[in-house]
Design a protein around this ligand. Structure first.
Ligand SMILES: Cc1cc2nc3c(=O)[nH]c(=O)nc-3n(C[C@H](O)[C@H](O)[C@H](O)COP(=O)(O)O)c2cc1C
Ligand code: SF4
Length: 408
């Protein structure tokens, strides 16, 4: 006798251009800090991804890969060289072996690059416009030349071709969290007055050129998604009104849109609401890295109340933006841990899929358990220690007393 799953809509499959997703939960990109200095996949990273994929999410995105140097964080996997293809192929195979769809995120750090990392230098920190030192890395950026902008478009396309060669089903140039695509979209970071900035249409040009080049590189069949910020931590940054202007244009260029917010170097806790482990940041975790500056500690105290955890914290943005997406599916990240609410969001059609990150670091089997009827919320406490750990250069792990997974 077959019985309907308790969370029927959340457990139901969805198809996108011939690719079937077994349920509506995907593992959102989550930087692991487990690659080599040159961005190659390691056995430890393979194990982590295998454990995530075994937990039942319909689609797995490893942490974002660098399409070029310099990078934002160390020990992050790369997609900027053909030498990365064998390792990426292994990840795609592992994900497929668990019946999940494999996606790869692509990102260029731009002004978010850390000049002190291997193979980096201060001159290489560049963005659409020159800006003063970023709060996290204290690194100023210079304005990109026209030639560098076209090279950045080409870098994304070349990395996308590598993702395809490695066997991924989806390629996702990341336009969220303050990476280069977001830097061009945002009026706060793009103050150019040439063809690449000035009006919303001109700020959109880099996104448009990039996605055209990516589509050309991967051909008509492969799924091309994006993850995009719909809120940034500045009065003159991207916000819901800005997002309403560009989302209909984004929808014409991609096969699905994942919405998020925040930036890495200015306010990463807007991306992952919850606690700000200031004490840990101040010390430097495990004594292995320098703690952050006193100025940034002050900033973090100032924003603590604005980043308190809320369930499904980008829900209102999804509600406003979903009607502007046309037929393009909308994927909602951020604070999903209550199965009843998650099912309701899919049932009412506010989002087509949900993307989960920390809850799966804490409990990789959460999707399987939800499909089996689990009612309890995910155990992740939104303490954000995992996030601080990777930002400070250490490996991803959950710090719950009894985590679902810890690496050695
Ligand atoms: C440790 C950590 C690493 C992350 N790395 C990435 C990443 O590589 N790419 C990305 O788009 N988002 C990244 N995120 C953001 C998540 O994908 C997700 O959007 C966010 O954590 C909200 O979902 P959650 O509440 O389920 O954690 C990261 C989050 C954490 C906690
Ligand atoms: S350390 Fe664990 S409990 Fe804390 S936010 Fe990360 S996943 Fe959640």
């Amino acid at each position: 006798m077959s019985t309907q799953p308790k969370w029927e809509e959340l457990s139901s499959p969805i198809e996108m251009r011939g690719v079937t997703f077994k349920n509506r939960m995907m593992r959102s990109g989550m930087y692991e800090g487990m690659a080599t200095e040159r961005g190659e996949v390691t056995p430890e990273l393979e194990d982590w991804i295998a454990r995530q994929a075994a937990g039942g999410a319909a689609c797995i995105f490893p942490g974002y890969t660098n399409v070029c140097l310099p990078r934002c964080m160390p020990y992050q996997a790369g997609s900027y060289s053909d030498s990365h293809i064998p390792g990426l192929t292994k990840l795609a195979e592992i994900i497929h072996s668990h019946g999940a769809v494999a996606g790869l995120q692509l990102a260029a750090a731009g002004r978010q690059a850390n000049p002190n990392l291997f193979f980096s230098d201060a001159e290489a920190v560049m963005g659409p416009s020159a800006m003063g030192p970023s709060p996290l890395y204290q690194a100023a950026c210079r304005e990109m030349t026209e030639a560098e902008i076209w090279q950045a478009v080409e870098d994304q396309a070349a990395a996308a071709a590598r993702a395809k060669e490695a066997g991924f089903d989806i390629v996702l140039p990341n336009a969220a969290h303050g990476y280069m695509l977001a830097q061009f979209l945002s009026p706060h970071t793009n103050m150019r007055t040439d063809a690449w900035g000035g009006t919303p249409e001109k700020r959109f040009k880099f996104f448009e050129e990039t996605f055209r080049a990516v589509r050309e590189a991967v051909g008509p069949e492969m799924l091309v998604w994006t993850k995009i910020s719909v809120e940034e931590p500045w009065d003159d940054g991207i916000n819901l009104d800005e997002a309403k202007i560009f989302i209909p244009e984004v929808a014409k260029l991609v096969d699905a849109i994942e919405i998020s917010g925040g930036t890495i170097v200015d306010n990463v806790f807007m991306m992952t609401r919850g606690e700000i482990p200031i004490g840990t940041l101040r010390k430097g975790i495990g004594g292995s890295v320098e703690g952050i500056s006193a100025e940034l500690v002050d900033v973090l105290y100032g924003i603590r109340d604005s980043v308190k955890f809320e369930e499904a914290y980008w829900y209102d943005h999804a509600l406003a933006l979903k009607p502007l997406c046309g037929d393009t599916p909308l994927i909602l990240t951020g604070g999903h841990k209550y199965p009843a609410t998650m099912n309701q969001i899919i049932k009412e059609g506010t989002a087509d899929m949900l993307s989960l990150a920390r809850v799966l670091a804490a409990e990789p089997d959460f999707p399987n358990e939800v499909v089996a009827g689990r009612e309890d919320p995910g155990k992740c406490s939104s303490c954000n220690k995992c996030l601080v750990e990777v930002v400070l250069g250490n490996k991803l792990q959950c710090f719950l007393p009894e985590p679902g997974y810890t690496h050695a």
